[in-house]
Design a protein. Structure first.
Length: 198
């Protein structure tokens, strides 16, 4: 059976305090049928069901944890589980492994960003929200290298500013703003791109 594949993908990365910020952002973005969000949040696996419910209830975006063999579907939020290592193949398929994530972070924003950058290139972007640690900084460098955009939540507006600050330190960010400013810029850019394509 043919599955639709998103033409553009934005990776949303977050840790401490990120659920509220990410839901607030998504609640301000209208559903788009050519774009998908991939959401990597550092949480315990027991919180996945709660997280899915919050996204669906508070944002209007359909959310799901992907299975092996599925594409990243347009018009959805694909939530990456912290339980099993998840990759995206060169053909765009999601691959979930029985093994746990390697390294300090689960899920690994860096690993996901590297693969999405390679696959989507200029049609890939990332927004790094509040969080501890530096996960996402190396991956955002890859997104920039392939022509994508990197945005971060304003560090002074974060619950914990370490993740956005690490990205700002390591790569040239395209936009820094509060959650409201990030959503506003995202919507303006989408309207402008649609107008240019007509």
């Amino acid at each position: 059976m043919h599955q639709a594949k998103a033409k553009k993908v934005w990776l949303l990365g977050a840790s401490t305090g990120g659920l509220q910020a990410t839901c607030q952002f998504l609640s301000k973005i209208p559903l788009l049928d050519d774009l998908a969000f991939v959401y990597a949040q550092h949480i315990d696996v027991q919180q996945i069901a709660v997280l899915l419910k919050m996204i669906k209830t508070h944002t209007g975006w359909p959310a799901r944890v992907p299975c092996t063999g599925e594409f990243i579907k347009p018009g959805t939020v694909t939530l990456i589980s912290p339980e099993f290592e998840t990759r995206v193949s060169r053909q765009g398929w999601v691959l979930r492994f029985a093994s746990s994530w390697q390294g300090h972070y689960a899920p690994s924003i860096d690993q996901l960003a590297n693969r999405l950058a390679l696959l989507y290139r200029r049609d890939c972007g990332a927004i790094i929200f509040t969080g501890m640690g530096d996960d996402g900084a190396r991956g955002c460098q890859a997104i920039k290298q392939y022509g994508g955009q990197v945005w971060v939540q304003e560090p002074t507006a974060c619950t914990v500013s370490a993740m956005p600050e690490a990205v700002i330190e390591r790569c040239k960010t395209d936009f820094i703003g509060t959650v409201e400013e990030l959503a506003g810029r995202f919507n303006r850019d989408r309207i402008q791109m649609e107008a240019c394509s007509q």
